[in-house]
Unconditional design. Structure first.
Length: 250
């Protein structure tokens, strides 16, 4: 057998693929002895998604080569992963070169076979971003902030200053704000070189909300009319990072 990996937490991987598939239709999971990496941009190049799982998130990693690539349609993959139960053991195998076998081992063993696809190597841009401010907040702050702001506007402003982190939606007549102030439980940490704010499309942010559920905290890094970085970690096992381009109005 050329490839076999066993996940310690099947639901963690399932939830990550579900979040990624909201933005990315197909991509390549790369497995090494160090774990798993997935990096891709959406077709419009507005957002970049980077997902990582450390090797201790796996019960077993057996590879024939230093790196094993699993190029796959994420919707097809998710159709199978949605069947994962909390007590299931998730196993991925390559019994054939162009086929992925997914085993869900619980009270009974369920076996699915999915086609691997041919993908051109995606040139993911090198991003050397320098942010003016970074806030680490409770996940619920970002989730609720996006949901509230989306109710009144199709763009959402994220902002930081020396005292607080804010998410703002403003329409012609209505406005919604959520504010996490320094010294409160909602704002875990705040590092600001200078105040910063940028505006983003609500459509992308609403798709990112699902990814927030992987952890309890979200790290938000900002500049002025500048890309935003959102990072959520599932303990030491995994991390999901989004980089979203700003919506700059002329």
């Amino acid at each position: 057998m050329t490839f076999r990996v066993v996940f310690l937490d099947a639901t963690l991987f399932r939830d990550a693929v579900r979040a990624i598939s909201d933005l990315i239709a197909e991509g390549t999971f790369r497995f090494t002895k160090d774990g798993l990496k997935f990096t891709a941009t959406d077709p419009t190049m507005v957002t970049l998604v980077n997902f990582m799982m450390n090797n201790y998130a796996f019960e077993e990693i057996n590879l024939e080569n230093e790196e094993e690539q699993i190029p796959i349609n994420l919707d097809n993959f998710l159709t199978v992963l949605k069947r994962v139960k909390k007590t299931d053991r998730l196993v991925l195998e390559k019994e054939q070169e162009n086929r992925l076998t997914v085993l869900l081992e619980g009270t009974v063993k369920r076996k699915f076979t999915l086609p691997l696809i041919e993908l051109e190597e995606q040139k993911v841009p090198e991003l050397n971003l320098e942010f003016l401010g970074t806030a680490e907040v409770l996940r619920q702050v970002v989730e609720e902030g996006i949901t509230n702001a989306a109710a009144v506007s199709d763009t959402i402003t994220f902002a930081v200053d020396e005292e607080k982190f804010m998410i703002i939606g403003e329409g012609d007549l209505s406005k919604a704000e959520i504010i996490a102030e320094k010294g409160t439980e909602a704002l875990v940490s705040l590092e600001v070189k200078e105040p910063a704010r940028s505006k983003f499309s609500v459509d992308y942010l609403k798709k990112m909300v699902r990814g927030m559920k992987l952890g309890d905290l979200v790290r938000v890094s900002l500049g002025n009319d500048y890309p935003m970085e959102l990072v959520v970690k599932s303990g030491e096992l995994a991390s999901l990072k989004y980089v979203l381009a700003p919506r700059v109005e002329s």
